[in-house]
Ligand binder design. Structure first.
Ligand code: SF4
Length: 431
């Protein structure tokens, strides 16, 4: 079968400001591609930013390929499924430009994972995949398109009805083969996830583990990338070596929590590449932090979230370290690693003066600490369920309204005030 995989050309005017907007490799589509090609299918993978194409250009390229199925993602790569833009206007605009020329249209991403019917309606596509998508897309290509009701984790229309075949899928992941990327994409991938100096060569993203053993209340992980899985080391290293051969000098591990893993760090230490990670600093002992630095880590984004033990308990972080321990661990990390950032989240009851003093202490010692940011209560997070109950067809609208309400108090977070979701999605079908 011929299948097109499309990461549309994103734009974020008046949207929320929660993630890095530079282009990244579309890991979700790359994982689909490797499984589809292994099953013998012909795949066209396009990325609006990395290919330098507008939405209309993408639609033309897909139409020329004449696929039986076109898959579009609703978040700009797996890295941002946890902090996606809430609005679906960009994938909808791509699908509108494509019309009927792409065969059956399939949406994958965080939106359809939690609110499949709404996403199907807003995008006016044929099928929504719920949860991690690569194995479900491969099943669709392997005969599933003809028997949608036999494929789990889908939503589709059957006459006037919408059928949902099951809850969100989780990929095996452990044996995910090495992903492959076009040379031109790696060459154009200038962005590095570090902020202490300008990039000196191409960067790329890699995934060594998926999911997280914790369940912080604000974390959008209920419907995807939930259970922690570690990928086979030979597959990771094959992918890493290929990227280095393509010129990458920096890798960013998109793992939601890069846990200490001696064999991986020792293997990276023998390679000429730098890398960045996001993790929880309380899970790293000093000797492993030293190994992390020796392996080539140049950037750590460490979640501290709240500065009080009561605040961390409120966020359900299951963190046993004291606030002083966390500071010590961050300062230790800063010795072998040139850029260390502590991410703080604003929790009701936290003392702004305490946050400012702690931040200043760390900054004086070379550890960057942001001002505490407000939370977006993603429908896939425990916080959403606590605030609003189970997500329904209006879940994204409710989450957005809640966030805008906080924004009135935290207007220093983002230069531009985000617009209401209905305004951002004016071009989408009403839910
Ligand atoms: S540690 Fe908490 S915030 Fe981080 S990925 Fe795990 S559940 Fe989410």
């Amino acid at each position: 079968m011929r299948i097109a995989l499309v990461n549309p050309t994103w734009s974020f005017e008046n949207s929320i400001d929660v993630g890095c907007r530079s282009p990244h490799l579309p890991m979700d589509l790359g994982a689909c591609k490797v499984l589809l090609e292994r099953a013998g299918h012909a795949v066209l993978m396009l990325d609006g930013a990395l290919d330098g194409l507008s939405l209309a250009d993408l639609a033309e390229r897909v139409a020329d390929f004449a696929p039986t199925m076109t898959v579009v993602t609703t978040a700009p790569t797996y890295l941002f499924w946890r902090c996606a833009q809430p609005e679906l206007r960009v994938p909808r605009a791509f699908l509108d430009a494509l019309g009927t020329r792409g065969g059956r249209t399939v949406a994958v991403g965080p939106h359809g994972s939690v609110t499949p019917e709404t996403t199907l309606a807003k995008l006016a596509c044929d099928i929504v995949v719920r949860g991690e998508c690569e194995e479900m897309v491969t099943r669709l290509a392997g005969g599933g398109l003809a028997r949608l009701d036999a494929v789990p984790a889908l939503a589709f229309r059957d006459g006037a009805e919408i059928v949902v075949t099951g809850g969100p899928a989780a990929t095996g992941f452990v044996d995910l083969p090495a992903l492959t990327w076009p040379d031109a994409w790696v060459a154009r991938h200038a962005h590095h996830h570090r902020f202490d100096r300008a990039p000196e060569g191409p960067g790329a993203e890699v995934e060594a583990s998926r999911g997280c053993p914790y369940s912080c209340t604000f974390s959008a992980k209920i419907d995807f990338r939930d259970t922690y899985r570690r990928r086979a080391l030979p597959n990771i290293l094959e992918e890493v070596d290929r990227l280095i051969a393509q010129g990458a000098t920096y890798l960013y591990f998109i793992d939601e929590i890069f846990l200490p893993q001696r064999p991986l760090l020792e293997a990276l230490a023998t390679r000429k590449v730098e890398f960045g990670v996001q993790t929880r600093i309380d899970l790293w002992k000093p000797d492993m932090l030293d190994l992390l630095g020796a392996a080539g880590c140049v950037s750590i984004e460490a979640r501290v979230e709240s500065l009080t033990e009561a605040g961390r308990a409120l966020l359900d972080e299951n963190c046993r370290a004291s606030t002083d321990d966390l500071a010590e661990r961050l300062l230790h990390a800063r010795r072998p690693v040139p850029f260390v950032q502590a991410n703080l989240i604003r929790v009701a009851g936290d003392d702004p003066a305490l946050a400012a003093a702690w931040r200043d202490r760390l900054r004086a010692a070379g550890v960057w600490a942001n001002d505490p940011v407000p939370l977006y209560p993603y429908p896939s997070s425990p916080d959403y369920r606590r605030l609003r109950g189970e997500p329904d067809g209006e879940a994204w609208e409710r989450a957005h309204a809640h966030y805008l309400g906080q924004f009135d108090r935290f207007s220093d977070i983002q230069e531009e005030r985000p617009a209401p979701l209905r305004e951002l999605e004016a071009a989408c079908c009403p839910a």
